[in-house]
Design a protein around this ligand. Structure first.
Ligand SMILES: Nc1ncnc2c1ncn2[C@@H]1O[C@H](COP(=O)(O)OP(=O)(O)O)[C@@H](O)[C@H]1O
Ligand SMILES: [Mg+2]
Length: 494
């Protein structure tokens, strides 16, 4: 629900982000186009063109009227009529010439009888170059079907101009049409581009938002899962961006929680085993003294001469002494496990501490080849040195025991990491069988004939008490490897 609101917000933001510039640009482009098209289509120019065209038309009409009136008047001349009626065309031509003399615009005349045309008069002037001819036929009273054709000429310039104006007007009208079509086309094109862009942007926005929200939803679900106590999972980061980083740090947090919970559970387990060890030590230790005393009595008080019985007594005494010594060792181990003191840590530089430990335990040298590679120079930790010597002692002892009859090769090394130091104890022994790896830290787990199975639990408890962790693994080169991680103190070189 929340995510949906977020998605809607993103879509809305995108819409605004796309629509505002698009609408503004649409408005600007529209105005620009309108402006540029209108420059050529000034309506005043168009009105003037139309008006001048009217003037030309008027001129043409009056010209025609004028010529018509003149033609009609000449055709109605009684002398001309008489000459035509008499068929005396020469005379008629003479009369026509008289009548036409004041009118240089008259070019020629013919007599029209049905389809027959007879030349009557010619002005002798050729038609002016570029002149426009106005032919007209006029009724005469000279007999049926006899008509007079008169051809006038007028300068063509005004009419040519008229034609020009007309054409211009045509073009104008056409351009107006085109303008409308261009406008429509642009509107459609704009709609397509604009709609397309909007759809693409929205699509990208929504898919990106979804892709961005999916890991967040996953994280929210995972948080809920962790809150309910399930810490045994990790989320696969989908990207290498901030969300991916967030996922990684969430995974880290879950892992730390899981490890911390594991440590707490382990310490609780150890604590209950300590209680059992305390009682066991108590119960075993108490009868040991009476048993021992009783055996001493029996052994000392026999005065008989039975040599065989004497031998049996000696043997029994030896066995019981041995077993009691072994039980005492066990009781000591149980007691020391049961009474592990609380740690009192002090700031300690790690590498010199290990050097000191090795020179103090010189006897290791007689049993094993121990090498130390200090790689955490200057790194300091909070450490209970007495307890930590015990940790190292347990690990080195185990490595020596693992080697069996052969001489153990033990490597101790330190490295520093981001906020922690690592101390590794590895050996060249047989290593730990894979199915036992998660059992070796269980109290009383041992594969040795007279082992107590308490060395590693004690070591791990001490390390956990230091805020660290002790883990076991097999080195790829063979042999077991125990790694101690301790939180490091900030040092100048860190
Ligand atoms: N360095 C090692 N190599 C192989 N196995 C080991 C090593 N250290 C410990 N183990 C295994 O872990 C078991 C438990 O060790 P530990 O707790 O010290 O008890 P113990 O030494 O008394 O057996 C051992 O019995 C052994 O099987
Ligand atoms: Mg041991």
């Amino acid at each position: 629900m929340k995510a949906l609101t977020f998605e809607r917000k993103v879509v809305l933001t995108l819409l605004v982000a796309v629509l505002v510039p698009l609408l503004v640009s649409a408005y600007l482009v529209w105005n620009l186009v309108d402006e540029s098209l209108t420059v050529g289509l000034n309506p005043r120019i168009r009105g003037q063109l139309e008006a001048s065209l009217d003037v030309y038309k008027e001129l043409f009409r009056t010209q025609k009227q004028l010529f018509g009136a003149l033609g009609t008047r000449i055709a109605a001349d009684p002398a001309l009529e008489a000459a035509l009626e008499a068929g005396n065309f020469a005379h008629a031509a003479q009369i026509f010439g008289e009548l036409a003399r004041p009118h240089p615009e008259i070019l020629r005349s013919e007599v029209v009888e049905g389809a027959k045309r007879t030349d009557l008069w010619k002005s002798g002037r050729e038609a002016d170059a570029g002149a426009r001819l106005f032919p007209g036929e006029y009724d005469t009273a000279a007999g049926p079907g006899k008509r007079l054709s008169v051809t006038f000429q007028a300068p063509d310039a005004p009419f040519a101009q008229m034609k020009g104006a007309q054409e211009t007007l045509e073009v104008y009208r056409h351009v107006s049409d085109v303008k409308l079509r261009i406008a429509k086309l642009m509107a459609v094109a704009y709609l397509i581009v604009f709609g397309g862009v909007t759809i693409v942007v929205l699509f990208l926005g929504i898919t990106h938002t979804r892709r961005f929200l999916r890991p967040l939803r996953e994280l929210a679900g995972a948080t809920e899962r962790a809150r309910k106590g399930d810490l045994n999972f990790r989320i696969e980061p989908r990207s290498k961006d901030e969300v991916g980083e967030l996922t990684e740090s969430f995974n880290r947090m879950i892992r730390e929680l899981r490890e911390n919970r594991g440590r707490i559970i382990y310490l609780e387990k150890i604590s209950s085993w300590q209680e059992i060890a305390r009682r066991l030590a108590h119960e075993i230790k108490n009868p040991l003294t009476p048993i021992n005393l009783a055996m001493q009595e029996i052994h000392a008080k026999y005065r008989g001469g039975d040599e065989a019985y004497r031998k049996l007594l000696d043997q029994s005494r030896e066995i019981i002494d041995e077993e009691i010594a072994s039980l005492k060792r066990m009781v000591d181990a149980f007691s020391s496990f049961a009474r592990l003191p609380a740690i009192s840590p002090e700031t300690t530089e790690l590498d010199p501490f290990i050097d000191d430990f090795l020179s103090a335990h010189n006897h290791f040298k007689t049993e094993a080849d121990v090498s130390f590679a200090g790689g955490a120079a200057g790194a300091k930790v909070k450490m209970d040195r007495v307890m930590f010597r015990r940790v190292l002692d347990n690990l080195v002892r185990n490595a020596i025991e693992a080697a069996g009859a052969s001489r153990a090769a033990i490597g101790i090394s330190t490295t520093r990491g981001d906020g922690y130091v690592a101390l590794t104890v590895s050996d060249g022994g047989p290593g730990i069988p894979a199915d036992l790896l998660d059992k070796v830290f269980n109290p009383y787990f041992t594969t040795k004939k007279d082992g107590t199975g308490l060395g590693l639990p004690i070591a791990r408890k001490i390390v956990i008490d230091h805020g660290g962790e002790l883990s076991a693994e097999n080195a790829p080169t063979g042999g077991a490897r125990f790694v101690i991680i301790l939180p490091s103190l900030l040092s100048p070189s860190a």
